[in-house]
Design a protein around this ligand. Structure first.
Ligand SMILES: NC(=O)c1ccc[n+]([C@@H]2O[C@H](COP(=O)([O-])OP(=O)(O)OC[C@H]3O[C@@H](n4cnc5c(N)ncnc54)[C@H](O)[C@@H]3O)[C@@H](O)[C@H]2O)c1
Length: 253
């Protein structure tokens, strides 16, 4: 028996998807047949449009770019409205946009704290609030929040990031309970250390330290995170909601 995941006819919006994990997630959903909305900040428009063009050319699905800063409530609402207007619906929302601004607690500035909370946590809230209103009417939705092991275990130097990702997990669970009867699932993924621009910034010393903590003895790939998103977006996860799936090589258990 073979089981194939077919998302043909569905529309997925992935925030922060011009590159990195978001791009891999958008590609994986497109491979399964979904039409895609690429979102990123305005200065990243060129790269976002190139990603959308690559997806159209390679997978033959519709793919459009809608730039907007998800940490601004009005931008997030406009993003969802525009996506709905242009694509007719949003079946799958992936709240992926995220940043780090690491610093030790006593040195962390108000700006570093606020920026990370605004993008990683408030951004997901604004997009989910706007999308949920329409998904409730459509009586269908798959909302997937990209959290982090940092929100589960706490990482020194990441007070802002750990708090934002722990908050995102709380948001996931509250939203899952509110929306479950409307056929809308809300789940989170907690990636561990993934080969990416974010982890390229680590010093060799830090990298070796983290590797010692990972039973699989390697960093993960963005494709492995995308596979978990595909599962949540698929009919295979219809009865799974409020769950946090660690994609971390056994780092947190
Ligand atoms: N890389 C890792 O090891 C790792 C581990 C755990 C979790 N994550 C999470 O995965 C997600 C993607 O991370 P990545 O490693 O691909 O990082 P990345 O920096 O390559 O990608 C993040 C994208 O989000 C965009 N973005 C930033 N602020 C935005 C805003 N206000 N509005 C819209 N878009 C915005 C950026 O421009 C960028 O394109 C993040 O939420 C991150 O916290 C990453």
């Amino acid at each position: 028996m073979s089981v194939a995941i077919d998302l043909t006819g569905q529309v997925a919006l992935v925030t922060g998807s011009r590159r990195g994990l978001g791009k891999s997630i958008a590609i994986r959903l497109a491979q399964a047949g979904a039409d895609i909305v690429i979102n990123d900040i305005e200065p990243g428009r060129e790269e976002a449009e190139a990603t959308a063009a690559e997806i159209r050319a390679t997978y033959g699905v519709r793919a459009i770019t809608l730039c907007g800063d998800v940490s601004k409530a009005e931008d997030a609402a406009a993003l969802i409205e525009q996506a709905w207007a242009e694509m007719g619906k949003i079946d799958i929302l992936v709240n992926n946009a995220g940043v780090t601004r690491d610093n030790l607690l006593i040195r962390m500035s108000d700006e570093e704290w606020q920026m990370v909370i605004n993008i990683n946590l408030s951004g997901a809230f604004y997009c989910t609030r706007a999308a949920a209103k329409r998904m409730m009417k459509a009586r269908y939705g798959r909302i997937i929040n990209i959290a982090s092991v940092s929100g589960l275990m706490g990482i020194p130097g990441q007070s802002n990031y750990s708090a934002s990702k722990a908050g995102l997990i709380g948001l996931t669970k509250a939203n899952a309970k509110e929306l479950a009867t409307r056929n809308i699932t809300v789940n989170a993924i907690a990636p561990g250390f993934i080969v990416s621009a974010m982890t390229d910034k680590l010093t060799e010393e830090r990298r070796a330290e983290y590797l010692k903590m990972i039973p699989a003895d390697r960093f993960g790939t963005s494709d492995e995170v995308a596979d978990a998103v595909l599962f949540y977006a698929s009919p295979l996860a219809a009865y799974t909601t409020g769950h946090v799936l660690n994609v971390d090589g056994g780092l947190v258990m």
